[in-house]
Design a protein around this ligand. Structure first.
Ligand code: FAD
Length: 263
């Protein structure tokens, strides 16, 4: 039971799942949607727009990924000598339980196991997923929502826009490389193009919060989020009503923990 203005963290059982690629669709030049399917999706839990899973990729040339080792506390280091799993965090874009399908939108940035795998994704390949570990369920009753994302958080932003009530007041920004990276979304948002020198950081710092109680959700490159975090705090915004989450960090391989509001 959640009260009017309190986000609730709902925990889910952690089950590793091995899935097969069913479809691959290029959404834009630098974003690919991969549809995974399989019986192991039975019982999959999804509860919030930014729900995410750990995706386990095969080592170059291998057919199957090394799957996670789980203990009572969740993911554990593998036993000594065992091969290391290769995993990254990705947002659940859509789940279709009846079809036993799940979509993930991968940004193609040209490096890393995640970006490289997505660039060559082919029907029939197999990947592992683990999660979501939990869902942060935010009430849909705030007076306004300020949302911001770069490409990596665009899947979650798109889900936010679909899940908010039609009459909700929403100010939303998405920073992408250029015009070709824009996608159809459920609502009007302001697209920011790096090719024109625009950025999420500048756009949010120029946005005065509207009157009333609002919820702020912003995710993307960690360094660019720091001024946003300071700005939001400086406006006296209730800390429980803001989620500002580093999804990756320039120059850092696998930002294994999100950089969130407490940092
Ligand atoms: C909760 C959460 C949800 C996420 N959801 C998504 C999602 O739905 N779709 C998605 O594409 N990503 C998503 N990400 C981001 C993704 O996990 C990171 O971008 C991750 O680093 C990708 O792994 P990689 O193997 O491609 O690169 P890594 O091996 O981790 O990094 C290799 C190099 O690439 C750089 N790099 C990483 N990502 C990018 C990028 N986007 N652009 C430019 N350079 C980059 C790193 O700084 C590093 O120098 C999410 C992250 C989190 C924490």
């Amino acid at each position: 039971m959640i009260t009017a203005r309190e986000a609730e963290l709902v925990w889910h059982d952690l089950t590793p799942r091995l899935l097969e690629v069913r479809r691959v669709e290029r959404l834009t030049p630098r974003m690919v949607r991969v549809t995974f399917g399989g019986e192991q999706l039975d019982g999959f839990c999804y509860g919030a727009p930014d729900d995410h899973v750990k995706v386990f990729f095969p080592e170059g040339g291998a057919e199957l990924p090394v799957m996670p080792t789980l203990g009572e506390e969740g993911l554990e280091p593998p036993p000594p000598g065992a091969p290391l799993p290769i995993f990254r965090d990705y947002t659940v874009r859509y789940v279709r339980p009846a079809e036993r399908e799940l979509d993930i939108d991968f940004a193609l940035h040209g490096h890393g196991p995640g970006g490289s795998w997505a660039a060559q994704a082919t029907v029939g390949q197999k990947l592992g997923i683990l999660g979501p570990r939990g869902s942060t369920v935010v009430p849909l009753t705030f007076d306004w929502y300020l949302l911001g994302a770069d490409e990596t958080a665009l899947p979650a932003l798109a889900a936010w826009l679909e899940q908010l009530p039609a009459d909700a007041r929403v100010i939303a920004f998405a920073e992408v490389a250029d015009e070709q990276e824009e996608q159809p979304l459920a609502r009007e948002i302001r697209w920011l193009h790096r090719s024109r020198g625009e950025s999420l950081t500048t756009a949010i710092l120029e946005t005065a919060p509207p009157e009333g109680d609002g919820y702020v959700w912003v995710a993307g490159e960690a360094t660019g989020l720091k001024p946003i975090r300071r700005y939001v705090r400086g406006t006296g915004h209730n800390r429980n009503w803001a989620e500002i989450d580093g999804y990756w960090k320039r120059g850092v391989v696998n930002l294994d923990h999100h950089e969130d509001d407490n940092e």
